[in-house]
Ligand binder design. Structure first.
Ligand SMILES: [Fe+2]
Length: 246
């Protein structure tokens, strides 16, 4: 199995077959083959739900768009691929969500591909009418990578990939000091399909998430998963470190 190669500045490079994968750790993003920029879990419209709990947050799509535009510019990406949960509501989109998503899409300088997440109900037609290429949550194989959301199992061709990449879990670790704080994490776990699964942290930085112990997928060996902090520091295999991070 290929190993991570640290090349400094928080960037890791992995070569699988003929395809390069750059992990943009602190950006919650991956660049594939120097052209496809992957992000996921934007949860546009989250502020509507938060408002019902008493939190008054501003609309987030401009901030998320600025982050995405900066990354596209820095990496010279030619395509943006969102691995699900573009919006927050699980059912049909609200008018507020459609307004924000429309603005987000219309200002992107590159074509957009969306793998639907479990929060993207009722969004397919809207996206397709805007010229977005849309895949179901079970994902697709592209250039040696199988890209899916994570709420459903990966599709039939997962075993043909060198690496599976998904979002969905918003992985985090709980770090204990004088207090306990939660930090986004990257996880690489063995799977029954052969290729490992890279779980990406959420692109929206105010979301909560699941610790490795809370990720219960029958096709993953979470005990043998490699756990990395948000900045790319390797913490260890989950079975070796979990007592420190519970
Ligand atoms: Fe999500």
């Amino acid at each position: 199995m290929a190993n991570w190669i640290l090349i400094g500045m928080g960037l890791s490079l992995l070569k699988l077959g003929d395809v390069l994968m750059d992990i943009l750790w602190e950006d919650s993003a991956v660049l594939l083959d120097n052209k496809d920029l992957l992000i996921g879990d934007l949860h546009i419209g989250l502020e509507e739900k938060m408002r019902k709990s008493g939190y008054r947050l501003i609309r987030m799509h401009r901030k998320l768009l600025a982050k995405a535009l900066n990354l596209i510019d820095r990496t010279d990406a030619r395509r943006l691929i969102i691995l699900g949960d573009l919006k927050d509501s699980i059912g049909n989109p609200t008018d507020n969500e459609l307004y924000q998503i429309d603005e987000f899409i219309s200002e992107l300088p590159v074509p957009l591909v969306v793998v639907l997440g479990n929060h993207d109900g009722g969004l397919r037609n809207f996206l397709e009418q805007k010229g977005v290429q849309v895949y179901s949550s079970s994902g697709f194989l592209d250039s040696g990578y199988f890209l899916f959301h994570g709420n459903a199992r990966p599709g039939d061709r997962a075993s043909e990939a060198e690496m599976l990449i998904a979002c969905h879990w918003h992985p985090v670790v709980r770090i204990k000091d004088k207090t306990i704080y939660v930090e986004r994490a990257w996880i690489k776990a063995p799977t029954i399909y052969g290729p490992p699964l890279l779980m990406m942290p959420a692109f929206n930085d105010i979301l909560g998430g699941a610790t490795p112990d809370e990720i219960n997928e029958p096709y993953l060996d979470i005990e043998k998963a490699e756990v990395y902090t948000y900045d790319g520091t390797f913490l260890g295999l989950w079975e070796q470190i979990k007592n420190k991070f519970k």
